[in-house]
Design a protein around this ligand. Structure first.
Ligand SMILES: Cc1cc2nc3c(=O)[nH]c(=O)nc-3n(C[C@H](O)[C@H](O)[C@H](O)COP(=O)(O)OP(=O)(O)OC[C@H]3O[C@@H](n4cnc5c(N)ncnc54)[C@H](O)[C@@H]3O)c2cc1C
Length: 615
């Protein structure tokens, strides 16, 4: 049967052949776990996603949400999969079993999530937001708060949200006006209006826990005066039982481009003056706590870019193998030639290979960063910073690059389908609508690019960036060892160029021309993303080449082709070599052109007078 959501062969390749996931069993933290168990978890997740979530995504999109009397009803078809999500304990895969988790490695959880979240993010968002909110309580909450909330949230009995945005406080969270006034009993009275809050009202759970950013009266202006509060929809008594409704009201939901079954809520806290919250972390340190959650969310949304692209690619490639249209280009002038499937047309193959190489590169990138989390938690104290720093450097790139390329992949999928792609009877237009938001929330991609240039590239005086360069160089050396010089050398050239550009941009960013530097922050992020794709694909090719040679031996020409046709593994490994070849030979040269433009630093963007934009 054709692969859906994510190609299992490719997932296994990344886990075991590229990243060595089975070695996790040798670590103290994951001892007792092994490949058999990992495979079982991923198979379970895949079955759950394909049998229970995938079949409801179309209905969820079509039926949408009902908003009545300040309450939101999710599509009826979501209730069963949500019960199964809870039963399967999918929300807290990586957390310790003592607090309701499964204690799995991040890498394995990531693969399971690729299926569960990839099947439908309108559905997956309920668990995704809950995990992020619970994690903040786990890290920053008091013992009592953990006791009251963690079990209920990690099990999915209660859900969670992330409440930052206000009409005049979007990217600039520090501009928020929601207030908190201390009460005698240690709680705070919260009042304010928030907008665009995902899953802030729904009928899947009996309670919803809102981490709300607010300003305590008299606190400093801007992000330094922001505090985080736990504000439950229904008050939670000291013994854990549910009390009175907490004056948290959903006043409306947005009509939007995609994610039709995921409520995007307008919320009023304390409209009747009766909303209470408790401090999470310290006063005026809310951004620090929230950043923890936002970093997790940024990586998660970046991964979502991959998941959307992977789904779109599989739909497109399977369609292209079936849709018959036109004659083979070689038979152009032969009127009697049979029509062929569209996968035979060079332009369709171009789109498919663009998608395939990006999906594979992004999968390796996203899983690689998940594996850094495992390395970080398993490392000796003095080695942890190496991994933490790399994760920090790569976070804005995962978030931006994967969400932009993920969206583009869904657009390409529509193009492969032709007119059928544009109509609702086929799934790719929904994927495109659903995936556009990824470049906007959790910090727009423009803000991510500024973070990369302004903060991340210069971390520890550029030492972290040099660590990254060193990691890529390891792969280049490995590729040369297996005879892939023709691919390794162009990447080496692009990596060196990236190093030069990074130094150059770092200097300009600190000069009077700093605005010019920031006007090129997004192209810089894209260039680094492309280099990372080439790195990941070369790494894959360096694993695939010897494996392929083992199967085909020294066969050449037709004999080699025949072996590749007949052996699934050989076909897969050959596909790895072709993805790397395509990306490095056809896309990386364009990246070099982009880097030239960055270095040239034309200042038209900064200098064009506002009036000259027209409008
Ligand atoms: C479907 C959906 C779900 C959401 N879920 C949540 C949620 O659960 N919780 C929550 O709190 N929020 C949520 N949001 C809000 C989301 O995070 C914000 O929309 C986002 O942060 C951008 O803010 P904004 O819409 O006000 O855009 P603005 O901040 O007005 O940005 C507009 C444009 O200006 C650019 N820009 C703004 N400031 C700068 C700057 N300083 N430098 C350079 N460029 C800049 C941006 O990159 C963007 O291109 C959601 C939004 C949507 C649409």
């Amino acid at each position: 049967m054709a692969q859906q959501i994510a190609d299992r062969r490719d997932v296994d390749f990344v886990l075991y052949e590229q990243l060595g996931a089975d070695e996790l069993k040798d670590t103290e933290r994951y001892k007792g776990q092994n490949k058999k168990m990992f495979d079982m978890v991923i198979t379970e997740a895949r079955n759950f996603a394909i049998k229970e979530i995938l079949p409801v995504n179309e209905e969820g999109d079509r039926v949408g949400l009902v908003f009545e009397n300040n309450q939101v009803k999710v599509p009826e078809c979501f209730h069963r999969p949500y019960e199964l999500l809870k039963e399967g304990e999918w929300i807290a895969m990586t957390e310790d079993p003592e607090i309701g988790g499964q204690g799995l490695p991040y890498l394995i959880a990531n693969a399971a999530l690729e299926y569960i979240i990839g099947a439908d993010f309108s559905f997956g968002a309920f668990g995704f937001a809950t995990h992020g909110a619970a994690k903040m309580i786990e890290i920053f909450g008091t013992e009592k708060q953990k006791e009251l909330y963690l079990g209920k949230m990690y099990s999915g009995e209660w859900s969670g949200t992330m409440v930052l945005t206000e009409p005049d406080a979007g990217s600039d969270v520090g501009a928020l006006t929601t207030t908190a006034v201390p009460n005698d009993d240690g709680t705070y009275s919260i009042s304010g209006n928030k907008i665009f809050i995902t899953a802030a009202e729904q009928d899947l759970t009996e309670n919803i826990v809102h981490p709300v950013l607010a300003r305590i009266e008299g606190a400093p202006k801007g992000s330094k005066g922001i505090t985080l509060f736990i504000v439950p929809k229904i008050w939670v008594n000291e013994d854990g039982s549910l009390g009175e409704p907490n004056d948290v009201v959903c006043t409306g939901i947005e009509e939007k481009l995609g994610l039709h079954a995921s409520p995007t809520c307008q919320m009023t806290f304390g409209g009747k003056g009766q909303c209470r919250g408790v401090l999470l972390g310290e006063e005026n340190k809310g951004m620090r706590v929230m950043f923890h959650m936002m970093n997790e969310a940024r990586l998660g949304v970046g991964a979502l870019g991959l998941f959307n692209a992977s789904c779109a690619y599989l739909y497109a490639v399977n369609y292209a193998k079936e849709r018959v249209q036109g004659r083979d280009l070689g038979d152009m002038f032969n009127k009697d030639a049979p029509s062929v499937t569209i996968i035979r047309h060079p332009d369709v193959r171009r789109m498919l290979l663009w998608m395939k190489s990006h999906v594979e590169g992004m999968r390796s990138f996203v899983y690689y960063v998940a594996s850094l989390f495992d390395k970080e938690v398993c490392a000796a104290e003095e080695e942890k910073a190496y991994y933490t720093d790399l994760i920090e450097l790569l976070t804005p790139i995962i978030k931006s690059y994967c969400t932009d390329r993920g969206f583009e992949a869904t657009v390409q999928a529509i193009q492969v389908y032709g007119g059928y792609g544009y109509i609702r009877d086929y799934p790719v237009e929904r994927l495109m609508r659903d995936s556009k938001i990824n470049s906007i929330y959790e910090g727009t991609n423009g803000i991510q690019a500024m973070d990369l240039l302004g903060r991340k590239m210069g971390m520890k005086k550029g030492a972290v960036f040099m660590t990254f360069i060193g990691e890529v160089q390891k792969t280049i050396a490995k590729a040369k060892e297996v005879g892939l010089d023709a691919l390794a050398e162009p990447l080496e050239g692009a990596l060196n160029r990236l190093g030069e550009i990074a130094m150059h941009m770092g200097k300009i960013a600190m000069s009077p021309d700093f605005k010019v530097a920031f006007s090129f922050a997004s192209p810089l992020l894209e260039a680094m993303g492309d280099v990372i794709m080439a790195w990941m694909l070369l790494w894959r090719a360096a694993v695939a080449k010897p494996a392929l040679e083992k199967i085909v031996g020294d066969a050449e020409g037709d004999a080699r082709s025949e072996k590749i046709q007949k052996n699934k593994n050989a076909a897969f490994y050959e596909g790895q070599l072709k993805s790397a070849e395509y990306f490095i030979q056809s896309i990386l040269p364009v990246t070099l052109g982009r880097m030239n433009a960055i270095q040239a630093g034309n200042n038209a963007i900064v200098e064009i007078p506002e009036v000259s934009f027209g409008g």
